[in-house]
Write a protein that binds this ligand. Structure first.
Ligand code: G3P
Length: 221
């Protein structure tokens, strides 16, 4: 399973990229707005830092304007994936951009039918928002299971990019289903790194080592 970071925060991107954890990045207008500054500079910088796919979202809602924006975004890097909303114009833009060799991520997916239609339009990724479904009392992960079954039935090459992830259990469940990608807020990836027994175990190792070298404080490995 690929791990993308769902952020426009350059510090977090560099931190996790240096650990070798990142296969890509997803951004959206809300995430860019959270960081402030010039969003174009931020998007270009992210596309430079990360080797894998970087999803950059159009803000136009009309087909020909989406195409213009998508083509301009693609000039930020060969790794740029153009993100379009799940609307009729978005799917039309998905088809055109995909046929030009520009990969597309169709976002704001909330049903299996929407994912099916986005795949038919040639999307490289579909982004179901599971946390937002959980928020309104629907089962977000059940949607991932449905989409996975449908894509396997028809051997679609479109990848399921699980978005709106809220906690580490979402990640484990998505991996068990076999989703292609999870896109994680930095806080969720931070939590995945930690376990109290790891911290306690390390404290014990270091305390025992201190005892061992007590007679010889200059001892080094
Ligand atoms: O990529 C955006 C998606 O992950 C949204 O997350 O937390 O705003 O529902 P959230």
């Amino acid at each position: 399973m690929k791990i993308f970071l769902d952020t426009a925060n350059l510090k977090s991107i560099k931190k996790f990229n240096d650990m070798g954890l990142l296969d890509g990045i997803t951004t959206n207008p809300s995430l860019l707005s959270k960081e402030g500054g010039n969003p174009k500079d931020a998007m270009q910088e992210i596309a430079k830092i990360i080797k894998g796919d970087v999803s950059l979202e159009v803000v136009a809602t009309e087909y020909s304007e989406m195409l213009d924006e998508g083509r301009r975004l693609r000039q930020y890097g060969e790794n740029v994936v153009v993100k379009v909303p799940m609307t009729p114009d978005g799917l039309r833009a998905c088809k055109t951009l995909s046929s030009e060799g520009i990969p597309v991520n169709v976002t704001l997916i909330f049903s299996a039918n929407q994912a099916l239609l986005a795949a038919k339009s040639g999307a490289k990724y579909v982004s179901p928002f599971i946390g937002r479904l959980d928020d309104i009392g629907q089962n977000g992960m059940a949607l991932i299971e449905e989409i996975q079954e449908i894509f396997l039935n028809y051997e679609f090459t479109t990848q399921i990019l699980v978005a709106s992830i809220r906690h580490p259990i979402h990640v484990v469940d998505a991996a068990k289903i076999g989703a292609d990608v999870v896109t994680l807020p930095p806080a969720v990836l931070d939590k995945m790194l930690l376990h109290p027994l790891t911290r306690i175990g390390l404290e014990n190792f270091l305390a025992d080592w201190d005892k061992l070298r007590s007679g010889n404080p200059d001892m080094k490995i």
